[in-house]
Design a protein around this ligand. Structure first.
Ligand SMILES: NC(=O)c1ccc[n+]([C@@H]2O[C@H](COP(=O)([O-])OP(=O)(O)OC[C@H]3O[C@@H](n4cnc5c(N)ncnc54)[C@H](OP(=O)(O)O)[C@@H]3O)[C@@H](O)[C@H]2O)c1
Length: 357
């Protein structure tokens, strides 16, 4: 590709990895001299095109990191846990999208719009990318926190199937095809029956219940006292990114039959008095937030209108009626773009000048 630092994309064949290639293709300036694509041995030898150039996918092995400056990891937690330190030992900065290092005190958790200064403090040579649910609201929350001082955050998420990776996307399409055109949802259990009749066993699904024609109040694995892992991630990661260790957070994470773009209903309480007008002004001047808020004319954010967009889309901003210093609003963020690939790529891009001779 030319002179410049070397970038590796580990997990190039997955849902986030594919989006990463799309983001690289769309970038106006491209600081990298070489891009290496890496995945499991299943994908080795497959050719993918990046910025018009065919690149052969390599199987993950220590030598793929020889000479690499920045390595982006879009792989399952256990693969990152093992291989990001190997990349760092080869001299690369690993930017990891998995959950393996997010709460490690020696690993910064970075959203470039909110805490870019933390990128330089990386004693393990690893920088973590937040989970997609937290990220989908963080540009908007961070901007308000900067002005009014966030104290409490209560959120309900409406999460897309692609948050569970390529298998989540495939499952929702298969379920939609199996029930499509049928009169289902009128009787308890008939969605499950339609899926079974089409050969879609629940035990093969990445979701714990049918997702087509349904909503599923669960994301992640079971943690203490009935919390789902995704709900605890929203709490812990928001505290770390915003630098508020005692921030009060309560989240309920719900999966909805949407392919891509997470939405969140946010109830945010601040130390300082806050008005709808002031929040609108902040969002209007923010490069990563798009204000879409004219309910009188049926204009508000929806996942279907947000998918593919880089900014966090915010609307339905209201002053909470019974809670002082509190705003309620709705945000939509493409979980595969800003919620994953874009944020990781923005971190990598910010690191590139360190390796430009
Ligand atoms: N989906 C989201 O909204 C989202 C958002 C934020 C963060 N994340 C995180 O990003 C990571 C990737 O998620 P995804 O949704 O893209 O998953 P995915 O669609 O399942 O893709 C997984 C990728 O990892 C590769 N991989 C799996 N096992 C491997 C191994 N042993 N060695 C080398 N490569 C291996 C796969 O390669 P093969 O194709 O060769 O199997 C594939 O490229 C996960 O940690 C996820 O939690 C996802």
């Amino acid at each position: 590709m030319g002179s410049g630092p070397v970038l590796a994309l580990v997990g190039a064949t997955g849902a986030v990895g594919s989006m990463m290639i799309d983001i690289m293709d769309g970038r106006e300036s491209f600081p990298w001299g070489e891009v290496r694509l890496v995945a499991s041995p299943r994908s080795a030898g497959r050719a993918l095109t990046v910025r018009g150039q065919e690149i052969m996918v390599r199987a993950l092995a220590p030598e793929v990191f020889d000479g690499v400056d920045v390595a982006m990891f879009d792989v399952p937690d256990e693969v990152s846990a093992r291989w990001a330190p190997i990349a760092a030992a080869h001299g690369a900065v690993a930017v990891d999208n998995s959950g393996a290092f997010r709460m490690d005190d020696a690993v910064p958790l970075v959203v470039p719009e909110v805490n870019p200064h933390q990128m330089t403090e990386r004693p393990r040579g690893i920088i973590a990318n937040p989970n997609c649910t937290t990220l989908s609201m963080m540009a908007a929350i961070g901007a308000l926190h900067h002005e009014f001082g966030l104290r409490e955050l209560v959120v309900a998420s409406y999460q897309a199937a692609s948050g569970a990776g390529q298998s989540g996307i495939d499952r929702l399409y298969a379920e939609a095809a199996a029930v499509g055109g049928k009169q289902v949802g009128l009787r308890a259990g008939d969605v499950r029956e339609a899926l079974e009749a089409a050969g879609l066993s629940q035990s093969d699904s990445p979701f714990p219940a049918p997702l087509a024609f349904n909503v599923v109040p669960w994301a992640g694995s079971l943690k203490e006292d009935g919390w789902a892992s995704e709900e605890l991630k929203v709490r812990n990661e928001s505290r770390k990114i915003l630098g508020i260790p005692d921030l009060k957070v309560s989240a309920t994470c719900v999966r909805v039959p949407v392919i891509t773009t997470h939405s969140l209903a946010v109830h945010a309480t601040f130390a300082e008095p806050v008005t709808v007008a002031a929040a609108r002004e902040i969002f209007q001047g923010h490069p990563s937030v798009l204000l879409v808020d004219d309910p009188a004319n049926g204009v508000f954010p929806t996942p279907a209108d947000t998918v593919g967009a880089d900014p966090t889309v915010v609307g339905r901003i209201r002053q909470a009626l019974d809670f002082p210093n509190t705003l309620d609003f709705f945000v939509c963020g493409d979980n595969l773009r800003k919620g994953a690939a874009l944020n990781t790529y923005e971190i990598a891009e910010a690191l590139a000048p360190e390796f430009t001779g």
